[in-house]
Every structure is written in structure tokens, then in C-alpha cells.
Ligand binder design. Structure first.
Ligand SMILES: Cc1cc2nc3c(=O)[nH]c(=O)nc-3n(C[C@H](O)[C@H](O)[C@H](O)COP(=O)(O)OP(=O)(O)OC[C@H]3O[C@@H](n4cnc5c(N)ncnc54)[C@H](O)[C@@H]3O)c2cc1C
Length: 462
């Protein structure tokens, strides 16, 4: 039953908030997950490079380094249980200058300090053996066999669905606008009505600083760091058998070329600090820069068709680590989970575990014995079996044989299922994140009308 009073209110239904709500939802606590937007996973968590990081290049000794490594294991296991697609492609870090080549042994040593011991130095011949389409001039490389590609959309949705199945109340369209911390509970005013909770957990991503100020703090400011990306057509995929990483520099991780879980190739991201937290559009300058880098990295890639471009905003807070803090002494019962910049997809489940560890003692976190099984998510991965090529599924339900989106081979059955799921889409973009509909090379030119009709009828009446 919905109530406006909870033991815990988690603010923000990105990967981090959904993972925290899911974990706490497995106890006897009453938990609400509040999201400003109309859907879960509609912030930074929808627009990243979707790499499941080993954490080989994290700064050793940081909270981020520890939680990325732990998150890599947790999400890997969770993906196997829920059907979140993961491809263990591995990565190859390529040195293009003598200086970069000299850096590789130090990077391997850093990986080892992070507990990752599988990196190997390879010569130029091995680099071209692994990725023959690379541009000329590679001098050597470092392999990172564990780096993998995944689906950020399914990850966020699986965590949110699991949370709801465990009894968490998901409140979409609830942007927190004010907080009034009383002796027993905090009253949150939201755009969807007031919500009261004993504990509040701030997982508001790009807006975590604004929420933090509502609790009386003035300790950090989020500076969005935009990352722009190109997505190339599926015909380009054979050019890129693994993730091709640049040698990181002070400016960041740099521009990579990677296969995507949907069978495409991506080039990016850029890294540009901006004042505007809504600047998720791409820019002519950013795209021109990417083409310049792409021409050096893999000239043949630029002969391929571009399917789409997109951008995401990392929540930078001017420090090289996550900022996770529990405030119980001032009587506020408030947890900040801030600065989850460029690794939160991987680390999300470990961040949840870390937060639970900090709250243990203050809250009874004993797992309930009657937990439902994790949800089985629809497979969006190109390497797995999707309904359109599953004769048994089509025999059992002909709607899986009726393709609506021909570029991505999405069927009526999958769209219907999305609407019948515990966390149905709120709009076309949400449907795309659940099914891949209109995510292909025509970008909806051919299927837009039928998908639009299914959107209007919430999955079709027949
Ligand atoms: C270009 C780019 C590439 C990246 N690549 C990778 C990668 O390859 N691998 C990896 O592991 N990570 C990667 N990341 C990082 C990863 O995407 C983020 O760390 C992660 O998505 C952060 O999740 P979050 O839940 O903290 O934030 P978000 O997903 O932004 O969620 C925060 C939510 O809070 C909501 N909210 C905000 N204010 C309020 C309020 N007042 N009331 C209610 N709700 C509110 C927002 O609407 C939003 O939905 C990348 C990021 C970018 C931008």
C-alpha cells in the first residue's frame, strides 16, 4: 500500500539510487525511491559509454577504486542472474607516441596496485593482430582482458524493477524541492506531493549539490562534464573486436573506440566542463574533434555510416573521488552519495553495499527471508537470442514474430511486454531504452508511425 511516510527515501532513480533502493528494499524497512523525471534511468545513467570497468586505471587507495572493482564483480554476477547483456570483449590500450609507450609499464603496475593482475604489455605487431583496422603508427599496447561492454539501460531498469518487486514504492514525477528535517523524520516537499521519511539518501547525480544545500550544507558544487559520442552503423562492428582505449592523461580517460552491446561501434567521449546541467545536446565543435581523433585512431571507421550522436553529463565535483557521507550526529539522518562521475554504472551496486555498511547499526538491515527472485530482463544484446529469431518464443506467442522496428528487429511482443512490466515506459525514449525500438539506422523514419501508435495504445490493444 502506498503511504507518504517511509523509513528511507532515496532521491534519484539513476543506477546509484536504484541500486540503493533495491538493497534496502530487501530488508523489512519501508523504502521510497523518488525520481524527478517521469522515468527511471533518464539522467546520466542513460547516456554513457556502457563499459563494465575492471577499475585497472583507478587511483589506487580511493573509495572509487575499491567500489569499481567490487561493482565489477557484483554487476557481473547480477547481469548473469537477470539477463543484463554483457560481452567480455576485453580492451586494448594503445600507445601512439614514445612517451605513451614508456607509460604502459606504469599503467600495468597501477592496475596491479588496484588488484587487477591480468594486464599484459604487447608490441605493435600484436596490437595490429588484435585490431587490424587501427590507423598507422601504433607503437605498442597494454591488454585489459576483463574490460567488458554492457547495457546501461537494462542495468538501471533491472535494479529499479527488482526494487519495486521487493516492495519499494517508486515515485516518478517527484522532484524534491524542499527538506525540513524534524526530530523524528524529514519532510520532503516534491512536485508530486509531500513525502516523509526517517532517513533520506541523496543520489541525485547532477543535482546532488542542490539537494545537499536543502540539508544545510555548502560543501561542493557539481560541474557537469559533457561527453559527446558518435554511434556508427552495425556494418562497422567487425572493425572493432574489442574496446580500444587511449593512454589516459591529466585531461581524463580520452577518446575510445568500442563495440556496443547493440552491435554498433561508438567513438568518444569528449570531456568538456560546462555551466549548464541540461546541456545534453551535441555540439559541432565536439563532433568535429571526435572525427579528428577517429581519423587518427581508425581512418576506415569514418567511411562507415553514422547512426546517431549523443551526449551525457558526468557529475564532476572538483575532487578525484566519490563523496559519500552519513550525517547522523546532527540529528538529520541523511546520506550524501555525490561525485559519481565516470564509473557509476560499474560501481552502482557496490556503492549501495557501501552505503548499507555505513547505515548498519543505525538501521536494521537484516535481509528478509522471503525475497522474490531477481527479475529476468528482456535481452537487448545483439550477441544473445532476441525474440525475432527465437522460433519457440514465436510459436508460443506470435506477437514475437511481428517486427515493428526493422532496423533493430523489435517486435510487437516486446513493446507490449514493456508496457506490462512493473516499471513501464513513460514516453518514446523510455520505450527505446526498454526495447531498442527506433534506435537503429533509420532513427524511426520507417517505424515511427507504428511505434507511435503502440505508444498511444500502451503496447497495443489486440
Ligand atoms: C559520457 C559518459 C561516459 C560514461 N561512461 C561510463 C562507463 O563506461 N562505465 C561506467 O561505469 N560509468 C560511466 N559513466 C558514468 C555513469 O554513467 C554515472 O556515474 C552514473 O550513471 C551515475 O548514476 P547516478 O544514479 O549517480 O546519476 P543519474 O543517472 O543522473 O541519476 C540521478 C537521478 O536523480 C534525479 N534527481 C535529481 N535531482 C532530483 C531531485 N531534486 N528530486 C528527485 N530526483 C532528482 C535525476 O532526475 C536523475 O534521474 C559515464 C558517464 C558519462 C557522462
Amino acid at each position: 500500500m502506498t503511504t507518504d511516510r517511509y523509513d528511507v527515501a532515496v532521491v534519484g532513480a539513476g543506477i546509484v539510487g536504484a541500486a540503493i533502493a533495491r538493497l534496502l528494499g530487501g530488508t523489512s524497512l519501508s523504502v521510497a525511491l523518488l525520481e524527478a523525471r517521469d522515468d527511471v534511468g533518464d539522467g546520466t545513467s542513460k547516456a554513457n559509454t556502457a563499459i563494465l570497468h575492471t577499475g585497472f586505471d583507478a587511483t589506487p587507495g580511493t573509495l572509487e577504486a575499491r567500489l569499481v572493482a567490487r561493482g565489477y564483480a557484483l554487476l557481473g554476477d547480477y547481469a548473469a542472474a537477470t539477463g543484463i547483456p554483457v560481452e567480455r570483449t576485453g580492451a586494448l590500450l594503445v600507445a601512439w607516441t614514445d612517451e605513451q609507450l614508456r607509460t604502459l609499464p606504469a599503467l600495468r603496475a597501477k592496475a596491479e596496485r588496484n588488484g587487477y593482475t591480468a594486464c599484459e604489455l604487447v608490441d605493435a605487431a600484436a596490437v595490429y593482430d588484435a585490431v587490424p583496422a587501427l590507423g598507422p603508427g601504433a607503437l605498442g599496447g597494454l591488454t585489459v582482458p576483463g574490460e567488458s561492454i554492457t547495457c546501461t539501460w537494462t542495468t538501471n531498469l533491472a535494479l529499479a524493477t527488482d526494487a519495486v518487486n521487493r516492495g519499494v514504492t517508486l515515485l516518478r514525477g517527484h522532484r524534491v524541492t524542499a527538506a525540513d528535517a524534524g526530530p523524528d523524520a524529514t519532510r520532503l516537499d516534491t512536485t508530486g506531493g509531500a513525502v516523509t521519511a526517517r532517513w533520506v539518501i541523496n543520489a541525485a547525480g547532477l543535482h546532488a549539490d542542490a539537494l545537499d544545500r536543502l540539508f544545510g550544507y555548502e560543501r561542493f558544487t557539481v560541474t557537469p562534464r559533457r561527453g559527446e559520442l558518435y554511434v556508427f552503423d552495425k556494418l562497422a562492428r567487425p572493425l572493432v573486436p574489442c574496446i580500444v582505449l587511449p593512454v589516459p592523461s591529466k585531461a581524463g580517460k580520452g577518446v575510445l573506440v568500442s563495440p556496443t552491446i547493440y552491435g554498433n561501434v561508438m567513438l568518444g567521449p569528449t570531456a568538456e566542463d560546462l555551466p549548464d546541467r541540461t546541456a545534453t545536446g551535441t555540439s559541432a565543435r565536439g563532433l568535429a574533434y571526435l572525427l579528428e581523433r577517429g581519423r587518427e585512431l581508425m581512418p576506415r571507421l569514418l567511411d562507415e555510416e553514422v547512426t546517431a550522436t549523443y551526449a551525457g553529463l558526468r557529475a564532476g565535483i572538483g575532487r578525484d573521488d566519490y563523496l559519500v557521507d552519513v550525517d547522523v550526529d546532527a540529528g538529520r539522518r541523511y546520506v550524501l552519495v555525490g561525485g559519481i562521475r565516470s564509473t557509476g554504472l560499474t560501481a552502482g551496486m557496490a556503492i549501495a553495499e557501501h552505503v548499507a555498511g555505513l547505515l548498519d547499526g543505525a538501521l536494521d538491515l537484516t535481509p528478509r527471508p522471503d525475497l522474490p527472485d531477481p527479475p529476468r530482463m528482456p535481452n537487448l544484446g545483439e550477441a544473445g537470442v532476441r525474440p525475432f529469431r527465437d522460433p519457440a518464443a514465436i510459436d508460443a506467442d506470435p506477437e514475437y514474430g511481428h517486427i515493428v522496428c526493422f532496423c533493430e528487429r523489435v517486435t510487437r511482443g516486446e513493446i507490449r511486454d514493456a508496457y506490462r512490466s512493473p516499471v513501464p515506459p513513460a514516453d518514446l525514449d523510455g520505450l527505446r531504452r526498454r526495447t531498442r525500438a527506433m534506435n537503429g539506422r533509420c532513427q524511426g523514419f520507417y517505424c515511427g508511425a507504428e511505434v507511435g501508435e503502440l505508444l498511444r495504445t500502451r503496447g497495443g490493444a489486440r
